[in-house]
Design a protein around this ligand. Structure first.
Ligand SMILES: [Zn+2]
Length: 639
């Protein structure tokens, strides 16, 4: 696919939770399932200073939602919006300054928190507090350079508070939990410099690795969320909000660009067919046709007193379902039909069918004929059926018609939710600009020069520099170096190695951190009990020859499961190290026993004999030592 000729442009907005307490109070930044007190609130769209009600706010108001909040004991009155925010968490601010300095951004003189209107209920106050900290940065892509992208502009870097966690939605009531509300987030927005789906993923990875280099960001599912702003030159800016899976980023970009291509094709086709955007508004009550239908969705609605309306789509033949999209790489979702259905989603209307998916869902050919006749649908036309309660049906028809009119213009600007399969679903119109006003409860913070100088002088090592230093100073291999850093085991690795007298333990330490502990974890062993002190003692034992490195796995497992000391584990497991004399005796007796076999096979007998020996000696003596001694004996016999 030629992304350049399509004019693909992508910008990212990354939200990463910081590993410190809440932004405006001292509550822990931790999620909890413990019992919680509950309270309910209604939210109304707030007017901004400009006097206009935000476009997204209006759309949200249509849903007439009620919000229930769960406040677990780990939150205070600040999260409940019953008390004003406290002083800004300075550790959080310092982390944001640090990242900003790493990408050479320009700091603001004064950090002023603003209120960003939020109407989905995810903030008890009705707004999110956010502050611009730096702008106009330039991030070097380092080893993640891809498809010619070696640096990318960083537009803004903000410090903001995370929203409450959505727990449930029942009818018009949404339940939020306040444990996530107020966790400090760094928000990083890039310039729309990204030109291919792969670049989008690489930029997200690079930002992630620089953030981890600060050692002050949270890890794990849900701690980082990405918004993708995607457009093609004939399309429009669409924001896919809240992507959590880094590996899916390039797929979302690819799918969205293909969706925009399909909508552009629809636009061009309508133009070619000379279809007018005022022509198709034929709406009729078709309830009589479906009084005895086998389509459950329609029949249920009729039984509940609802009606079925039909809308003629003049000139839309072939544009509703998969039609034109056949030519594109992905072809699962059709063109306009699913878009129309998604626009009705926020109203809770599910009963929409378009002519290209019929006959089907219990709707027969005969019923279709009647619909065609009643609406005057010809071969070049399509139609839509909507089943709904009478009071909602005209609103639904108006939404379908307004969305269809947008098809003549191509791609509407909108916010979409990512779906698991890599596609996305309409959620609301793109938020307008008029949605910020100053937060008067939080005094502005001046960024004095001393502070900035200090931060700039103490910047963390870049991940690639750290990698090189590990290879050079600690003599680990490049793969180990990279793994230690990306798994964030680098700090504990350095600490453990520094404690050892012999600096040759680096491979064993790396192996414990990168292989043995993850392996134990996948076996269901509670590895959180393997504290730094335990690892240190195990390594010391191995260094002193008390037991061999082959025994580390069993010892650690035993120590956790039986809650005993390492010495006890070693003795219970029979891992008492043996001295060289004893080892040589065991080897000698085996070699004598198998002398004929050795004479026949020569050096090829090493493998099988090692197998036998290690069964007996595993964990008690280093495999390498056994191997050397065995080779020596075999040599003696053969020569
Ligand atoms: Zn609190």
């Amino acid at each position: 696919m030629n992304y350049k000729s399509l004019g693909l442009k992508v910008g990212l907005e990354i939200h990463q939770q910081l590993d410190t307490h809440k932004l405006f109070c001292n509550c822990p930044s931790e999620l909890t399932d413990s019992d919680a007190r509950e309270f309910t609130r209604l939210l109304k769209p707030t007017q901004s200073e400009m006097g206009e009600v935000d476009r997204a706010a209006k759309s949200e108001e249509k849903r007439k939602l009620r919000f229930k909040y769960q406040a677990p004991p780990t939150v205070c009155l600040v999260e409940a919006d019953e008390e004003p925010p406290h002083e800004v968490n300075s550790e959080a601010l310092d982390t944001v300054l640090e990242f900003a300095a790493m990408v050479k951004a320009n700091f603001v003189d004064e950090v002023q928190f603003m209120r960003k209107i939020v109407i989905d209920g995810s903030n008890t106050s009705g707004f999110q507090r956010t502050a611009l900290v730096a702008m106009n940065g330039n991030m070097n892509m380092g080893p993640m350079e891809i498809d010619g992208l070696n640096k990318i502009g960083i537009t803004t870097i903000c410090l903001e508070e995370d929203a409450a966690r959505r727990i449930a939605k029942e009818g018009a009531e949404i339940t939020y939990r306040l444990d996530r509300l107020g966790i400090p987030l760094i928000e990083i927005a890039t310039e729309p410099d990204i030109r291919t789906p792969k670049q989008a993923k690489a930029v997200a990875e690079r930002i992630g690795s620089l953030l981890r280099a600060t050692k002050k960001v949270k890890r794990g599912i849900g701690t980082v969320r990405e918004d993708l702003n995607i457009s093609i030159s004939e399309g429009a800016r669409v924001e896919i909000k809240g992507v959590q899976e880094l590996n899916m980023i390039s797929i979302y970009v690819q799918e969205e660009l293909e969706r925009q291509m399909r909508l552009v094709e629809v636009k061009n086709e309508l133009r070619k067919r000379k279809v007018s955007d005022t022509d198709f508004t034929e709406i009729k009550d078709l309830t009589d046709i479906f009084k005895t239908t086998e389509c459950k969705v329609l029949l249920d609605m009729i039984k509940e007193g609802g009606i079925v309306i039909g809308i003629k789509m003049k000139g839309f033949s072939g544009l509703m379902g998969d039609g034109l999209s056949q030519r594109l790489e992905t072809n699962r979702r059709g063109v306009l039909g699913p878009e129309l259905a998604a626009y009705l989603g926020p109203l809770g209307i599910g009963g929409l069918f378009h002519s290209e998916e019929l006959p089907g869902y219990g709707i027969t050919n005969e019923e279709m004929e009647k619909v065609n006749e009643s609406l005057g649908v010809e071969k070049t036309d399509a139609f839509i059926l909507i089943a709904e309660k009478e009071d909602l049906v005209s609103e639904a028809a108006a939404i379908v018609i307004s969305r269809t009119k947008q098809a003549f213009l191509g791609v509407p600007e909108e916010t979409r939710d990512p779906l698991l399969d890599g596609t996305s679903k309409y959620s609301r119109p793109l938020a307008g600009e008029a949605r910020m006003y100053p937060e008067t409860d939080v005094p502005p913070i001046r960024l004095d020069e001393d502070k900035i100088t200090k931060i700039q002088a103490n910047l963390p090592e870049l991940p690639e520099e750290r990698e090189q230093r590990f290879i050079k100073s600690y003599r680990v291999n490049p793969q180990q170096a990279r793994q230690l850093i990306s798994a964030e085991c680098d700090l504990i690795f350095e600490e453990l190695l520094k404690k050892q007298e012999s600096k040759k333990m680096q491979n064993i330490i790396a192996k414990i951190l990168l292989n043995i502990i993850p392996e134990l974890e996948s076996e269901g062993v509670d590895t959180t009990q393997i504290k730094k002190e335990i690892i240190d003692e195990v390594i010391t034992c191995v260094a002193q020859g008390k037991f061999a490195k082959e025994g580390i796995y069993d010892v650690l497992k035993y120590v956790v499961e039986k809650k005993v000391s390492i010495a006890q584990a070693q003795s219970d497991l029979g891992l008492g190290g043996i001295d060289e004399d004893e080892m040589n005796k065991i080897i000698e007796s085996l070699v004598n026993e198998r002398a004929d076999y050795i004479k026949e096979k020569g050096m090829a007998s090493i493998g099988p004999l090692m197998g036998i020996l290690m069964k007996e000696l595993k964990g008690r003596v280093d495999g390498k030592k056994v191997n050397l001694a065995l080779k020596k004996k075999i040599n003696e016999i053969c020569s």
